[in-house]
Design a protein around this ligand. Sequence first.
Ligand SMILES: [Zn+2]
Length: 506
Amino acid sequence: MAAGLSLMLLLACSPKDNQPSPQPAKVIPTPVELIVGTDSISVNKLTNLPQKVSISEKDLLCKLGDQALTDWQLKSAYWMEIGKRRVKIVAADEEGVFYARQSLKMMASLDSMVTCCTILDWPRFQYRGVMLDESRHFQGKEFIYKQLEMMALLKMNRFHFHLVDNPGWRLQIDAYPRLTQFTAWRPVPYFWDWEINKIGGDFVDEGTPDAYGGYYTKKDIADILAFAAERHIEVIPEIEMPGHNYETRAAYPELACSLEDGGPSKRELCPGKESTYTFLENVLLEVFELFPNEYIHIGGDEAGKKSWAICPDCQARMKDEGLENVEELQSYMIRRMERFAHEHGKRIIGWDEILEGGLAPDATVMSWRGTKGGLKAIAEGHDVIFAPTHYCYLDHHQDPEQYHRAGRHLPLEKVYSFDPMQEKIAEEDAHHVLGIQGCLWTEHVLEAWHAEMQLYPRVFAIAETGWSPAEKKNWPDFEQRSSKFSKVARDWGYNVYVKPMTNVAP
Ligand SMILES: [Zn+2]
């Protein structure tokens, strides 16, 4: 009886005999509104359909009806109708057209037949990012292109480029050639062997046989920026200060505190010496020239301050500037560098340690030690990007059985469960939440295949949290979409982690 009823319902709902019922498009991130039509067309036909594109804010506003979007949402928003004879796209900006086409591309990748539909779509957050640490292990330009391509398909728009850190400087700076001629190279590939096991010594000159490392020339960076810009992705370089500067001190020892062997803090610049500021300003001038975007990340995290407490230059600076403790000395440096950035039309982002000792007036905080720092910054009227370790640190392993030195188990479901607004941020403060970022630190990630296994599919979850409305997020549905798209991505050559862990080096 029940089976007979089901069959009748199935027949009544089928648009045509022998054709499957219309299914909503299974794209990631899931769109704001999707109305499924009754027809289906083959992927081959879809990719050859004529596209009627209208770039008109007025036309888009008509499609949006009473939906009130912010300017940045409007820029990314699109309306798209996939019919049997043509695809119509309406957007206020090229960016919206680009995102419509990304939806189309993803739909075409998932099935041989695509159900006709109408989509109205825009992002929830303006910052939808991925961070890659290339200091610890260097992958190079082709790897970056490949990941930017995937980010674009997922409608992500910020690539945070962690270019400099203790184990290697990866960016050509003309004024300071030793940063790349010397401290971009180390004697052993594996960071852990170098950092913890102290194998082979510190750094070696470029050209030394078997030296491990590499760096981006200014031409490489220009190529990467052009590639990213075509995909509406902004590249945010990170130049770390005052901590995480072991490599900088190895290249230019005079940047350390004036103590024997630079003092007990081995990775910090001396914020007392005027020459440190000259160095940072000269580096930043070249960085500003290279990266045209508004934001620059200045790090600010995990600075050991023992040397500063005993360094005569640091003590003199504190006395002259009326600074009561070493936290205020760090804050002095960050504020001073923020002023410098402002003078050149730039704004700074820093890890949440920049809150300590007083936050620079216009700084944006990247909240990584949980969400507390982010909430404090919002309370003080600052913009925040959420990248909390327990949800967004993609160096943590995906498989409970996987032996991994880096951190804890961070499965896809947990990444997906994070909501940047979950802490009940007041409505009037919501605009301070710029968005979300997944961070891949590479202490234990030597090779490209491993980096991709850490990134995917968790970046899919970050993308959906960043783009889709909170009420549209649905774990069981996402899990299915993620699994389906993971197969496609693997066919394209991405080493997407599959449960249980089967990924091995090619
Ligand atoms: Zn000092």
